[in-house]
Design a protein around this ligand. Structure first.
Ligand code: CDP
Ligand code: CDP
Length: 226
């Protein structure tokens, strides 16, 4: 017996973590776990229930009553279920974008999220993406990546995604939102966004997604499978 391989992918917003991690999981037959979706799910539920986003105790109470499922079964477009309801689309709203990093800044919220994330990845054969996966959630991961890209490229990608989903969006506003969220995520005391010393750094600014995925897979085959 023993645990299957675990891969951690971290980086700032719009770097292409979820896309690359999801495709890599598909190719390897692994489970893809989107840790950011869990923080988004809590932010969404707090907004829906009118919970004060500055009140950690209330948020923690809400989280204790909330079942968050990352349904990676169909790896193509994994669903996020909150208390059995599909909220996948709602997680990308501007309201959630504006609140998620606040919710994710609370130590006790993070502690509970991390507990759930470790539990979900216990059996291995997992790729998880986020901000603190390689540094804190899964420090002994078999392989770690740190993906990044220029702010402009990341905002441009978000713009395409949002307009494709029917959300109105503006490039300059998106760049500002991403910059602000990156700052909050990098500067917080607990679980900040940071490259793990043993993570492989990939700047995807001028790369196609397929190229990024091929590169990650070939590194995986060299370092983990051999
Ligand atoms: O997709 P995008 O990169 O915009 O964000 P995400 O991965 O869905 O994460 C949304 C937010 O959740 C981040 O901006 C962080 O504030 C928080 N998060 C976190 O604190 N720790 C993680 N491991 C993952 C996400
Ligand atoms: O998870 P994260 O916020 O890091 O990024 P994402 O949600 O995967 O969004 C990245 C978007 O940029 C997706 O629409 C990708 O198709 C696109 N993209 C990419 O991921 N990687 C590239 N090298 C180029 C574009």
């Amino acid at each position: 017996w023993g645990q299957g391989p675990v891969v951690a992918v971290d980086g700032p917003a719009g770097a292409g973590k979820s896309t690359a991690a999801r495709r890599m999981a598909e190719r390897l037959g692994f489970l893809y776990l989107d840790s950011g979706a869990m923080y988004r799910a809590l932010a969404l539920k707090a907004l829906q229930h009118g919970v004060d986003l500055r009140d950690e105790t209330q948020l923690l109470h809400l989280l204790d009553m909330t079942r968050i499922e990352l349904d990676g079964a169909g790896h193509q477009k994994p669903l996020v279920l909150v208390d059995g309801q599909d909220v996948t689309r709602l997680l990308r709203s501007p309201e959630v974008n504006a609140s998620v990093s606040v919710v994710a800044g609370f130590p006790r919220i993070r502690e509970e999220m991390v507990r759930r994330q470790r539990e979900m990845s216990r059996a291995g054969h997992v790729i998880m993406d986020g901000r603190d996966i390689g540094t804190y959630v899964l420090p002994s991961a078999d392989l770690k990546f740190y993906l990044t890209a220029s702010l402009e490229a990341r905002a441009q990608r978000r713009l395409q995604d949002l307009t494709g989903m029917g959300f109105p969006a503006d490039l300059a506003e998106l760049a500002e939102e991403i910059r602000h969220r990156d700052a909050l995520d990098s500067e917080r005391a607990v679980g900040p966004l940071k490259q793990a010393p043993d993570a492989i750094y990939i700047d995807t600014t001028d790369m196609e997604v397929d190229h990024v995925v091929d590169m990650m897979l070939s590194i995986y085959r060299q370092r983990v499978e051999s």
